[in-house]
Design a binder for this molecule. Structure first.
Ligand code: TXA
Ligand code: MG
Length: 320
């Protein structure tokens, strides 16, 4: 199959209407989209991604008004979060209505809903008669794609179309919030910082679901991982290396290029900005994976704002 990359929203819409798959841009990462109301369309997502069927998909809708069409018994705090942060990097897990097929939610009685903040994908969603089920457009367990080339590198030849919306601005996946006993609860740290959520929900439950919870497989420990071993380290203590070695370095703001033993160095944010670091994270990990380095040493970044999500992904990438 030939994979076409271009910015034609009508073409993307017609492929989706015919039951095909399209990679779509969002502000977080690229998604691999299908008609969320068609089980036959959605099953292809699991095939192409080699994704286990127990891992539920996020359903992308065009606006807050559609929330009640796909979810019921919506808590008041969910409406407030949607009001404050949609379109944006927030997924709300809510009791689902029957129009969402079982395959989308892995048989759960809840559905993850989100309005993505990307002008092209919003226009696409508004033009369609159905919402879009879309996980990140990468093989299961690998790093999420943040530009069309990343999608092409791994899914080229397997999908007909990549809607080119440029590079993703947020750079890490959406923050996932569910409700247990009416109480909001974070299932996955992501592009919307906890501090922002707390401005709207001061008593937010910060207990983050554990990796073994099958309800949130995005929380699986060995997720978002490069192929090469990644080790978390205090870089200023580690470098320069005393022995001949070929390591790759992922740093927050210090450039380790040219230091003994370092064959490839990535700096996430020369200006020491956590959002800039998030924007650059996945592309930097991909370049390190493709480099001559045999191992990757990475440092954690400040644990504030979206920095928490960056550190979460680095910790998951480091466990093997
Ligand atoms: O930013 C994002 O969220 C991107 C873009 C494309 O929107 N999507 C994304 O999907 O990251 P992905 O591949 O991580 O998969 C969605 C994750 C699942 O692994 C699961 O953790 C969670 O969302 N999820 C979806 N539906 C759920 C549900 N009903 N209950 C609990 N968790 C759910
Ligand atoms: Mg994913």
């Amino acid at each position: 199959m030939q994979t076409i990359v271009s910015a034609d929203i009508n073409r993307a819409a017609s492929i989706l209407r015919e039951g095909g798959l399209v990679a779509i841009p969002t502000e977080t990462v690229y998604g691999l989209a299908a008609n969320a109301e068609s089980a036959e369309a959605v099953v292809q997502i699991f095939d192409v991604k080699q994704r286990p069927s127990f891992d539920p998909l996020i359903v992308h809708i065009s606006g807050r008004a559609e929330l009640d069409r796909y979810a019921h018994s919506v808590p008041e705090s969910a409406y407030r979060l949607a009001e404050a942060f949609w379109p944006g990097p927030l997924t709300l897990v809510l009791p689902r209505r029957d129009c969402i097929p079982d395959i989308v939610t892995s048989g759960l009685d809840t559905v993850g809903l989100r309005v993505p903040a990307h002008p092209m994908t919003l226009e696409l969603l508004r033009s369609l008669e159905f919402p879009l089920a879309a996980p990140s457009a990468n093989p299961f367990g690998y790093i999420s794609p943040t530009c069309p080339q990343h999608v092409m590198d791994q899914l080229g030849g397997k999908i007909p179309y990549i809607l080119d919306g440029g590079a993703c601005l947020v750079g890490v996946e959406s923050t996932i919030v569910g409700f247990e006993g009416g109480q909001p609860c974070i299932y996955r740290l992501g592009g919307l910082p906890i501090e922002k959520l707390q401005e709207v929900i001061p008593n937010l439950n910060l207990k983050i679901s554990q990796s073994s919870d099958p309800k949130a497989p995005g929380m699986l420990e060995s997720h978002y991982a490069p192929r090469k071993p990644l080790v978390l380290a205090k870089l200023s203590k580690l470098l320069p290396l005393p022995i001949e070695d070929r390591v790759g370095i992922l740093s927050f703001n210090t450039n380790w290029t040219g230091v003994h033993g370092v064959v490839h160095a990535e700096v996430l944010s020369p200006a020491a900005d956590v959002q800039e670091a998030a924007t650059n994270l996945f592309a930097a990990l991909r370049r390190l994976d493709a480099s001559a380095a045999e191992r990757i040493y990475a440092e954690l970044i400040p644990e504030v704002g979206v920095g928490r999500a960056v550190n979460d992904r680095l910790r998951r990438a480091s466990s093997s």
